[in-house]
Design a protein around this ligand. Structure first.
Ligand code: ATP
Length: 209
């Protein structure tokens, strides 16, 4: 099956785009949800994180204190790599498990930090949602209880739009209306269906092509 990784900066519109693909009946696998499930209370992954980073990463209710963990790994590449070495193989395994159960022509895997975490090889195609910083700031401050400065700090800690675009096979430009977004998704949906048919034909014995 054709696997399309969907990525983009904070508030670029990844969730909105993935819902538009879902409306075409295309399955969406969200790695944010997988990573949250992996570190739920009682999961062995949470134990591994506590062993590595100490009990201070736990909240009073024994759930993972994400803010504390973020503070520990922020600008500490060694600790960040330690956390990634615990989480990434498990996320990849779960993504593969979920893909193996699908029968759709293609699927979308949402990986917000695809480029930052060098996970490009997980997919056949990389789809980038590109949005101006102006739109990101406006939409995220409207959606969340965060100031422009807080959102700007997150944007500057993420990979630059140019680096993201350099890795893209396809790009969705999300600076306009939801109607324009829908039109772009509809065009890509057709394109991915065609790619899938082409790759299925390529798997046929030569005389059947
Ligand atoms: P995050 O990185 O925080 O998970 P995201 O990339 O998934 O965000 P969305 O949640 O899809 O982004 O979009 C951010 C906000 O902007 C949402 O409130 C969404 O409804 C809104 N939004 C997205 N695209 C558009 C658009 N074209 N026009 C108006 N609002 C939009």
């Amino acid at each position: 099956m054709l696997v399309v990784a969907l990525t983009g900066g904070i508030g670029s519109g990844k969730t909105t785009v993935s819902q538009l693909f879902e409306a075409f009946g295309i399955p969406v696998i969200d790695t944010d949800i997988i990573s949250r499930q992996l570190v739920a209370p009682g999961e062995v992954t949470l134990e591994a994180i506590i062993n590595q980073f100490g009990p201070s990463v736990l909240s009073a209710d024994r759930s993972l204190n994400r803010t504390k963990l973020r503070q520990i790994i922020f600008q500490n590449t060694e600790k960040k790599a330690q956390l990634e070495s615990i989480l990434h193989p498990l996320i990849r395994k779960e993504v593969a498990r979920q893909i193996s159960k699908l029968t759709a022509p293609y699927c979308i895997v949402v990986i917000p930090l695809l480029i930052e975490s060098n996970q490009e090889k997980i997919a056949d195609r990389i789809l980038v949602v590109d949005t101006s910083e102006f739109a990101q700031l406006a939409r995220v401050t409207l959606r969340d209880n965060q100031t422009e400065n807080e959102v700007a700090a997150i944007i500057s800690a993420q990979v630059s739009p140019n680096k993201r675009l350099a890795a893209a096979d396809e790009v969705i430009h999300n600076n306009g209306s939801l109607k324009e977004l829908k039109q772009q998704v509809a065009i890509l949906h057709q394109k991915y269906l065609t790619y899938n048919q082409a790759s299925e034909q390529a798997n046929l014995p030569f005389d059947l092509r």
